[in-house]
Design a protein. Structure first.
Length: 275
């Protein structure tokens, strides 16, 4: 064993600010020189929304990746979380969870809500809402896949939104050391006028929403009204669209800017990491 010396420890390497990104780059970086951040759907999924009036929705879901042929959980010879290439595997993502899992998350989130409401709690409290919703789906002109969804609040008897949801892309993440996998989806929600005629099918949603600052977690039970014998679906969804777009853009424009503090430079990365 070498004798301990009194020499000082080596200095930490100075963190350098990332280089400015070209205006036509696609990696999502931005500097403080007025360059615009590329949309997430472009920087990650390689696609760009073509509806200027639409709202981009980014959400994460917990579920299981299953082999399409056998129905068993998908398996890869990897030891760590792995992002699957789109269309690179013959698998499907199943976001349903059991009633016991749903109860577990509900109990956990209720405990956090109660703890955050105590006078001794430091930070923002969790907000909670319990909604009973009905979704009615109508055919969309020119596209049978992208239907128009009309969502109604059953308690207030008012229409909350009427829109067409366009899927831009998905990223599936396989977790070999966990009981569940997860998926990040990017969709475009385009406001639409209320359709005329009868809906093709409807569903009931019993949704408990927990929100904290820029983030929201939804625990939802979905029941089909068109097929009364269909099983109830339980899902866990983490939408990131609760974050105000103006705030996201403001933090993104300071990413890598040497003229602001390190806290401001890293704010956007921390938001994405937390989501």
């Amino acid at each position: 064993m070498q004798p301990r010396t009194s020499s000082p420890p080596p200095l930490k390497r100075v963190r350098r600010a990332p280089s400015p990104t070209p205006a036509d780059g696609t990696n999502g970086h931005a500097s403080g020189t007025g360059q615009h951040l590329q949309p997430l759907s472009v920087s990650i999924l390689g696609t760009r929304p073509d509806h200027p009036g639409g709202k981009v929705e980014v959400e994460a879901k917990i579920g299981v990746l299953r082999d399409r042929m056998s129905g068993q959980r998908f398996a890869l010879p990897v030891l760590v979380e792995t992002i699957l290439a789109p269309s690179g595997t013959d698998s499907r993502f199943e976001s349903n969870m059991s009633a016991q899992q749903h109860k577990h998350y509900n109990t956990l989130l209720n405990g956090l809500k109660t703890a955050s409401s105590q006078p001794s709690h430091i930070g923002s409290p969790l907000d909670y809402s319990h909604l009973y919703l009905t979704d009615a789906f109508y055919a969309s002109d020119g596209n049978d896949r992208d239907k128009i969804r009309v969502t109604r609040d059953d308690k207030a008897s008012v229409v909350l939104e009427c829109m067409r949801k366009i899927r831009l892309g998905d990223l599936n993440i396989y977790c070999p050391k966990r009981e569940a996998d997860w998926r990040v989806s990017v969709n475009l929600e385009v406001p639409m006028p209320h359709p005329i005629g009868a809906s093709s099918f409807t569903r009931k949603k019993d949704r408990m929403s927990y929100s904290h600052e820029e983030f929201k977690i939804d625990l939802t039970q979905v029941t089909s009204t068109t097929s009364p014998n269909a099983p109830v679906d339980f899902s866990f969804c983490f939408p990131t669209s609760n974050c105000p777009p103006e705030f996201l853009l403001a933090t993104a424009m300071k990413r890598g800017d040497p003229n602001v503090s390190e806290h401001e430079r890293s704010a956007f990365d921390e938001l994405i990491r937390a989501s």
